[in-house]
Design a protein around this ligand. Sequence first.
Ligand code: AMP
Length: 116
Amino acid sequence: MENCIFCKIIKGEIPSKKVLENNKVIAFYDISPKAPVHVLIVPKKHINSLMDVKKKDKDLMGELLTTATGIAQNLGLNSGGYKLVVNNGRGAGQLVFHLHFHLLGGWKKDATGFAV
Ligand code: AMP
């Protein structure tokens, strides 16, 4: 889609620090990280938001989820835990209207295991 920053990243018109790419999904580091590890998992198909997901997209949604959990494991986030977040709509803080999951993790822990 024209003027979509994530479509431009997918087309290679804007650079990104890629974590993974296949024919359906791309994942790259967030340019303005909100956690020590902050990766965006993005379907190559342009879908504006969760509100625009159709039943025919269910396999793609499964692909996004398993891609996210796979990346979390590969980046060593499982032991410390992580968040998988979707901001859905302007009121929820969505700024880029191309569906994406935020994978956030990698916090330092104190002796009791809590994030510091
Ligand atoms: P959201 O507010 O859920 O739409 O999140 C959009 C995210 O995209 C924000 O965390 C931004 O920091 C991130 N972002 C915007 N432009 C880029 C870019 N060129 N490369 C990587 N991440 C970006």
